[in-house]
Design a protein around this ligand. Structure first.
Ligand code: AGP
Length: 608
């Protein structure tokens, strides 16, 4: 999704800023641009192409500057086009880059038009630029503060003013922004990852903050107009994440990193205890007080929550609801004040999940909120009392893979912790669970070894336009995730269903042209699933079955089989999803899609 970077300091900052912008490319974008202070005026360069194109244009134009802002845009208001690309200018005086959505932009646009402002783009951002211009009386910081008070919606902005050559002003509400502190320079970004080649010292702006950034100082003014001090964080870079190694794409690399990601997520755990979820807070007391769990997330993170519901109810004996964050935040719900609210998010910046978490807090003052997240410094991690940091390492591919499996591991640890607190597990049983979890990375390696067989399936899928994924019980969410992965990276229309639902509608779709991927472990639902598969077979559907090594299947009748190791038990969803990730990846490669940056999608979805 949109990315912001900015820099102010001696020397030409353009090359560093372009590099910073390129570090945000993995998030997905459709255009990019830069605005820079150049001898008393602002120059702006925009392109509908990649950051490398922007770089070439800047070199050709020979543009240099000590103070600049740049942006990658993921279109919301207005089509992807050069005119809608940021920076957006108000005349020659003000340049703005913006992440987020201004909900009252139509009203503001009408008001500004009546005051003589002309709009050139279709963006909501243009109202911000004109609003700041209209409030400007000689101090950019003051003008931005006045302007943002009139905005409704979510935003992170960076602003330049032609009259104030070394000053860069930033503001945020609902979209992340971080200030990077250098030796002689100061920087700005929507994600500290962008600035890791420049600094490891960061200040996170709070909602409502407006900041003035010059080479010498950072001044932050909070929502109430007071000078604010925000803590300084040191955040280490993990630059190995940007090397593909022997892999062709980040998605493939990240699928194959799952044994390590799970091992790292489990590292340093020698026992199951509430302290896993919070050092400085009384996690035991908070978790002992809950009798219900509400899991919030979007997309793949929502499916992690759906899987955890099966674990929480059967292992910990605690009721659990899973809500799509964007739905929950606007729904009237019945509040249970003994609910643990768990926000699941890889990025920790998903606007819908942050909104849902805020909504849950407003509704019922739950005794505990918890983040399950892969980014230690993210907004969601800072907004909850309890947290579990998954240690998947940065995920560059838009399609979530290792983040999902590590979320599942974290959710299983939460389940075991609640089960222990509720007297559902003895110390010996807990030890057995830990042993099984420690074997998980090796089991994932076995699942990864199925890649060649999956590539055989992928050839069959490459020319298709539809697919069904079926599962039952805790594999139903894995069917949903398998379908989502296929949709995302191959653009094949895919649907996941609880296999028992087949006869209630989707069976009408089944014909000789419909591949049906079935997750069929030899568990208590196996015979039921075999019946569901027979329904598909009888209608000529093409079955692709992921089953166990010992389950009784007739390949001639039951379609193409891939057998996985027996005995995964409750850990089975974590293993079964891996062949489905590989399937999506290889079908995407065969169809020639951009598997790491699928069209229209963004990695970090910071707008509603
Ligand atoms: C996963 O492959 C997707 N790209 C997407 O569904 C993602 O899981 C969702 O946007 C939630 O993101 P988050 O985990 O960063 O909150």
């Amino acid at each position: 999704m949109c990315g912001i970077v900015g820099a102010s300091g001696p020397g030409n900052q353009v090359p560093q800023l372009v590099k910073a912008l390129s570090r945000l490319e993995y998030r997905g974008y459709d255009s990019c641009g830069i605005a820079l202070q150049a001898t008393g005026r602002i120059r702006s360069v925009r392109t509908l192409r990649r950051v490398t194109d922007l770089e070439q244009r800047l070199t050709t134009l020979g543009l240099e500057s000590t103070t600049c802002i740049a942006h990658t845009r993921w279109a919301t208001h207005g089509a992807p086009s050069e005119i809608n690309a940021h920076p957006i200018m108000s005349g020659d005086a003000i340049a703005v880059v913006h992440n987020g959505i201004i909900e009252n932009y139509q009203t503001l646009r009408i008001a500004l038009s009546s005051r003589g402002y002309t709009f050139h783009s279709e963006t909501d951002t243009e109202v911000i630029a004109h609003l700041i211009h209209s409030e400007y009386t000689g101090d950019l910081l003051v003008a931005v503060r006045r302007a943002v008070k009139q905005l409704h919606g979510a935003y992170a902005i960076a602003v330049l003013c032609a009259n104030e050559p070394e000053r860069l002003v930033a503001a945020r509400s609902g979209s992340p922004l971080v200030v990077g502190i250098g030796a002689e320079h100061n920087y700005l970004a929507s994600d500290c990852w962008a600035l890791h080649h420049l600094t490891d010292r960061f200040i996170y702006l709070d909602d409502g903050d407006v900041a003035l950034i010059t080479p010498e100082r950072i001044q932050i003014i909070d929502a109430d107009g007071r000078d604010a001090q925000r803590p300084l964080f040191r955040v280490k870079a993990h630059d190995s994440a940007v090397d593909l190694g022997p892999h062709q794409h980040f998605m493939q690399k990240e699928i194959f990193e799952q044994p390590k990601a799970v091992r790292d997520t489990l590292a340093a755990i020698d026992t199951i205890s509430p302290s896993l979820f919070g050092a400085g807070v009384d996690a035991r007391k908070l978790l002992s007080e809950v009798d219900n769990v509400l899991l919030l997330g979007c997309g793949t993170s929502y499916y992690a929550g759906l899987t955890a519901k099966y674990w929480l109810e059967s292992i910990a004996g605690i009721s659990a609801q899973v809500e799509i964050a964007s739905e929950y935040r606007y729904r009237e719900t019945v509040t249970n004040r003994r609910t643990l609210v768990v926000a699941i998010s890889q990025s920790g910046e998903t606007a819908d999940t942050i909104g849902a978490l805020d909504h849950a807090k407003e509704l019922g003052e739950p005794p505990a909120t918890m983040a399950i997240c892969n980014v230690a410094t993210s907004s969601i991690m800072r907004a909850t009392t309890l947290a579990y940091l998954t240690r998947a390492g940065i995920e560059m591919g838009v399609a979530s893979t290792k983040a999902f499996t590590t979320q599942l591991v974290a959710l299983l640890l939460l389940t075991l912790t609640l089960a222990r607190l509720r007297g559902r597990l003895t110390a010996a049983q807990t030890g057995e669970w830990l042993d099984r979890l420690r074997r998980l990375p090796t089991d994932i390696e076995s699942a990864l070894a199925l890649e060649t067989q999956i590539m055989g399936w992928a050839v069959d899928f490459a020319d298709l336009e539809h697919a069904l994924f079926l599962g039952r019980g805790m594999h139903f969410p894995i069917a949903l995730e398998g379908a989502l992965k296929l949709k995302e990276v191959t653009y094949i229309h895919a649907e996941g269903y609880a296999a028992g639902e087949l006869k209630h509608g989707p069976l009408a779709l089944v014909s000789g042209a419909m591949p049906v991927v079935t997750i069929a472990p030899d568990d208590q639902l196996f015979q039921k699933l075999v019946s569901n598969m027979a329904e598909v077979h009888a209608r000529g559907g093409r079955l692709y079955v992921l089953t166990d090594s010992s389950s009784a299947f007739d390949t001639a009748k039951d379609g193409r089989l891939i057998r996985m190791r027996d005995g995964a038990g409750m850990l089975s969803p974590i293993l079964r999803v891996i062949p489905l990730q590989l399937l999506a990846y290889h079908v995407g490669c065969l169809r020639g899609t951009d598997v790491d940056k699928p069209r229209n999608l963004a990695k970090s979805v910071t707008v509603e």
